[in-house]
Design a protein around this ligand. Structure first.
Ligand SMILES: Cc1cc2nc3c(=O)[nH]c(=O)nc-3n(C[C@H](O)[C@H](O)[C@H](O)COP(=O)(O)O)c2cc1C
Length: 385
């Protein structure tokens, strides 16, 4: 059993040392509350783009929403321009919008990497260091800790994680999170926990390991294998927010793991939908529309909740088209509440598992590591993915 301590993140001590990974379109205030109701840890908001924040984009400002009891309030920023990033960080700290800022350098989406953003950016080492330092310096007067989240590199021939980790540490970050995949792997194959161990060996600041934690015991295995100070959990909790209860139990050395019946899963689905409706009603001018928008947002979660349960295609399709909570209640009432949890679904990948591919990059990107020109057009205007 590894030595387990709370994760130190600047002024915060986090127990269990568990982080809900930022997931665009998923980790909104409603989903985070649902997960927080299960266990302790840090729960990161959906990604916010620095340009949209600086331009006071109304949708972006609405997305920066936290529960009254959310502490620390954790926000992820995406940026490629040190000045815009610093301006965004100043807005966050001056308006007291969050208690922790994570910087996203892991996004493998072609529309982002093609312009030199996300997982492509650490390759430009001077720009990367400048950007991280700009964020850390802008946050410093407030004491808000800044962390970075990154991948191993662009592909196996262009790895950046150790150098980028050291540069981020030098710039003053409070922790570094590594997803053990390259951008070219996207979500395929398996995460390289050896790389996470290598990074842990190289840095003095806390290192967080990310990739392929499907069950609570995977988190303990990752800590034992790599020596990391904490784990970041993404896809494993999709349709299984109770994973955070299992993680808390596991880190406290308790053996119990949840295997909810279909009736208990249905109650969790109802709670999730209700929290999304609350979130959208709070942000809407017209409450009726808020209920519909909350239900629409919930639809993408239906297949994850029902994965492995014997539920017919027609009922699944109807659940994935709900427009109101009344409709949801009616459909959930048709499920067999006594159906046991499908243990075959345990330990299995869920969410994105796409195939690897060549990473789209700006012309000449790989040949110019020391060029620190801000890439043209890589600051996205829309938040959340
Ligand atoms: C739907 C989805 C959206 C994501 N959005 C973000 C994001 O906005 N910022 C980020 O740093 N990572 C994002 N990620 C990556 C996750 O944070 C995480 O690094 C990745 O899923 C690997 O962890 P896992 O194996 O536990 O899922 C996203 C992943 C998924 C599946």
């Amino acid at each position: 059993m590894p030595v387990l301590r709370p994760l130190t993140l600047g002024p915060y001590q986090v127990w269990p040392p568990v982080v809900l990974a930022p997931m665009a379109g998923i980790t909104n205030v409603g989903f985070r509350r649902l997960c927080r109701e299960q266990g302790g840890g840090i729960y990161v908001c959906e990604m916010i783009t620095t340009r949209a924040l600086v331009e006071r984009n109304p949708k972006t400002l609405r997305m920066i929403a936290f529960g009254d009891d959310e502490k620390p309030r954790s926000l992820q920023l995406y940026g490629t321009d040190p000045e815009i990033t610093a301006a965004a960080v100043r807005i966050v700290v001056e308006r007291n919008l969050a208690d922790h800022i994570d910087l996203n350098f892991g996004c493998p989406v072609p529309k982002v990497t093609r312009r030199g953003g996300g997982a492509a950016l650490p390759w430009r080492r001077r720009l990367f260091a400048r950007l991280v330092r700009a964020a850390v310096d802008a946050a410093a007067p407030s004491g808000v800790p800044v962390t970075v989240k990154m991948r191993k590199g662009i592909d196996d021939d262009h790895l950046t994680y150790v150098e980028a980790g050291l540069a981020a540490q030098e710039a003053g970050v409070a922790a570094v999170a590594l997803h053990g995949r390259t951008a070219s792997q996207r979500y395929s194959g398996t995460a390289d926990w050896d790389a996470i161990a290598t990074l842990k060996q190289a840095l003095d600041v806390p290192v967080l390991g990310n990739g392929d934690i499907w069950e609570a015991d995977d988190a303990l295995r990752m800590v034992a294998h790599t020596g990391v100070d904490g784990v970041v959990v993404g896809r494993g909790c999709l349709g299984r927010p109770w994973l955070f209860a299992d993680l808390e139990a596991a880190f406290n050395g308790r053996p119990e793991r949840r295997l909810p019946t279909l009736g208990e899963v249905a109650a969790t689905m109802r709670r999730h939908a209700e929290l999304l409706v609350d979130q959208f009603v709070a942000g809407a001018r017209n409450p009726a529309r808020g209920e519909r928008d909350g239900c629409t947002d919930f639809r993408k979660h239906v297949a994850w909740y029902l994965k492995g349960f014997p539920v017919g295609g027609e009922l699944r399709r109807s659940l994935a088209m709900i427009e109101s909570l009344a409709q949801l209640d009616d459909l959930l009432g048709k499920l067999d509440p006594t159906e046991p949890f499908p243990v075959t679904a345990l330990g299995q990948p869920r969410g994105r598992t796409n195939s690897p591919g060549k990473v789209a990059l700006p012309d000449g990107w790989l040949a110019s590591r020391d060029d620190d020109t801000v890439p043209e057009g890589a600051e996205m205007d829309d938040s959340g993915g």
